[in-house]
Structure formats: C-alpha cells, structure tokens
Design a protein around this ligand. Structure first.
Ligand code: ASP
Length: 349
C-alpha cells in the first residue's frame, strides 16, 4: 500500500511540474493582437546626456500624438494603410523630425523629400523621391500607389503628379527650419578643407556615424489582418547629385506582406539599400521560419552591423507582435496594442 501511495505521489508531482511548465509557456507567449501599431522618428546618436528635459518631453508627446491618430483609425475598423498615412502626416508636420517640415538640407540649400508606402495584402506599393513642393510626401507615395500605374515617381514629375492629384503644395520655404540649416552650415565648414585624394569627402563617414537620422515611419496591423508600412524623410544633410536613400526604396526602407510582417527603416540609407533590410527581415521569416524578433535581430545586429551600417527598424507581424531593433545609441519609437497600452522609448533600454 505504501508503495502505491509513493508511486501515486511521484506521478502527481511529475504532472504538476508538467502543468507548471505549460503555464509558463502560455504566459510568456504574446497574445494575438486584433490590431496594433508601431512608429519611429529616426535612429542615431541620441544620448540622454545631450537631451534636455524639454526636448525629451516634446519628442515623447509628439510621438504619442502621432500614434494615437493611427490607433483610433485602427480601433474604429479603419485600414492599416490609412493608419500609417495619417500617423506619418503628424510627424511630417512637426519640425522635430527629418520629414516634411523639419527635413534636412541638401548641399544646394534645398529640401528634397523621399517617401514610400506598401500594402501587405496586395503587395501594391507607391514611392516618391526628390520632391520639393509636396507638404506631405507620404500622401504622394500613397497617391502613386492608388492613382498611378507606377511604383516610384521622382523629381519635378513627381511634384507635377502631386499637383494633378490636388495634394497640398507649399512654397519650398515652408520646409525651412533654423536648426537643420545650421547643421548644413556645420558640415559645409568642415567640408571646405577635407577633400581626400580620391575626391571623396574624408570626414563624411565619421560625420554620418555621429548623426541623428530623424526619418519617420510606421507599421500597422488592422482588424482585417492587413499589414501596411510607410516611411518619409528629408534624407541626409548635405546630400547632393540627386542622392536618394533607402526610404523610398521598396524592400530597403519599407516592406509589407500579410504572410510575414510590415517594416519601416531608418538609418544610413546606402547600407539599408545594399542590405535590402526591410525585405530581408520578411524573407527570413518566410524562408527560414524565423520569428519577427529573431529575423529583425539577425538583420540589424548581425548583417547590417557587419556591413558597417547604422540605424534601425520598427516592424509588426500578422499576430501583432511588434519589434523595434536598432544598433545606434537610440531610436525615437512608440507602440500601441489593441488594449490601448502605450509604450514610448528614445534610448537603449
Ligand atoms: N534612411 C534615410 C536616408 O538615408 C535617413 C534617415 O533614416 O534619417 O535617406
């Protein structure tokens, strides 16, 4: 009898352990979200020691204002494409970010904007590059996707298309901000003396590595299970020769596919193009079955870093799991899930 009681106790303990294990697994799983949204306002050398309390508050409240716009759209059954567009509009209209008002200056002292958007359901996409008069470049990217047979328009033609689509057109002076103009002057002062023998600008790499990339981006999942992502930027200070970065390049700066994830990038664009960063994350999920978290980590912390690139991404998968991955000191970012829980971050945790 004693033996039976002993055996019974052992079995009971073993099964209790098994249950505890299962429960642990369940509680660590992120529950599927009906809808969710994640945004970034650029990555880079963003250090707490260089940030005033006022600036920190200003960034946080603008991030919150922007993400709440998208959240409300999703909550009311709107599409992820609309949430992405309208959320980005708020950041484009703020001088805090390098997109729309607040865009960085080119070498010629102008502002040239790039943007892109992608629909994860249809794999339709739209992009614009090097525009100078469109107030909200993400609206132009959206119009290229919805109202033209093309994926990318550039320069004067893109500005003309925006006018034909009755998008808001502004005088280029609208984009002027003193702080961005000063950044251009600083870089130009250094440039004067520092051309190396290849004709390349020797300080350029170091200067970019220390810069803050203030591009804005958003990725969202709506109640219908559709993913979308978008990105908008002024590019990089002192860019010239019609330089275009990754932000308007589908697969580099923006990618969305309902089967995998939606991604928006920010950082040193040349490396994001060479690494096809946004698409690579999706591809690792599709071909290797990696989770969004594992795929993002592999691409940013391993592949991009080995290449020498700096920056980060925000991304969301079809279950509403959200990831902000970056190899810089900081990245302005925020998330909201279907319960309305908000997180905001600037520095590395
Ligand atoms: N990726 C952008 C570019 O290279 C810059 C940024 O993210 O701020 O144009």
């Amino acid at each position: 009898m004693k033996k039976i009681i002993f055996l019974w106790s052992v079995l009971f303990i073993l099964s209790a352990c098994k249950n505890a294990e299962n429960n642990t697994e369940k509680t660590t799983e992120t529950p599927k979200q009906e809808f969710a949204i994640i945004i970034h306002g650029g990555a880079g050398t963003i250090l707490k020691k260089n940030m005033s309390a006022e600036m920190e508050t200003a960034y946080k409240s603008k991030l919150e204002e922007a993400i709440r716009v998208g959240y409300d759209i999703l909550k009311n059954g709107g599409s992820s494409l609309d949430a992405v567009t309208k959320t980005i509009n708020i950041m484009e209209d703020s001088p805090l970010f390098n997109a729309g008002k607040g865009a960085v200056f080119t070498n010629e002292g102008t502002n040239e904007h790039d943007a892109s958007i992608m629909d994860g359901k249809t794999l339709n996409a739209g992009a614009s590059a090097g525009t100078t008069t469109v107030k909200n470049p993400i609206d132009l990217a959206r119009a290229v996707m919805d109202k033209s047979p093309h994926v990318m328009l550039s320069g004067k033609g893109a500005d003309t298309f925006a006018e034909e689509q009755s998008l808001q057109i502004v005088d280029p002076n609208y984009f002027y901000t003193e702080s961005r103009f000063k950044s251009l002057q600083n870089i130009k002062d250094k440039e004067k003396t520092e051309l190396d023998h290849d004709g390349k600008i020797s300080f350029y790499d170091a200067d970019i590595k220390n810069s803050k990339f203030g591009t804005v981006g958003c990725a969202a999942l709506d109640k219908k299970g559709n993913l979308a992502a978008g990105t908008s930027t002024g590019g990089m200070t002192n860019k010239r020769w019609g330089r275009i970065g990754d932000s308007p390049i589908i697969g580099a700066g923006t990618y969305a596919n309902n089967n995998t994830c939606a991604v928006s990038s920010t950082g040193w664009g040349e490396y994001f193009i060479r690494g096809m960063v946004a698409y690579d994350i999706s591809a690792l999920m599709a071909y290797k079955g990696l989770s969004l978290k594992a795929a993002s980590k592999e691409v940013i912390q391993n592949k991009l870093t080995k290449l020498g690139g700096t920056g980060g991404i925000v991304a969301i998968d079809k279950n509403g799991n959200m990831v902000a991955e970056f190899n810089t000191a900081g990245m302005y970012r925020a998330t909201m899930n279907d319960k309305g829980e908000l997180t905001i971050g600037i520095y590395k945790e």
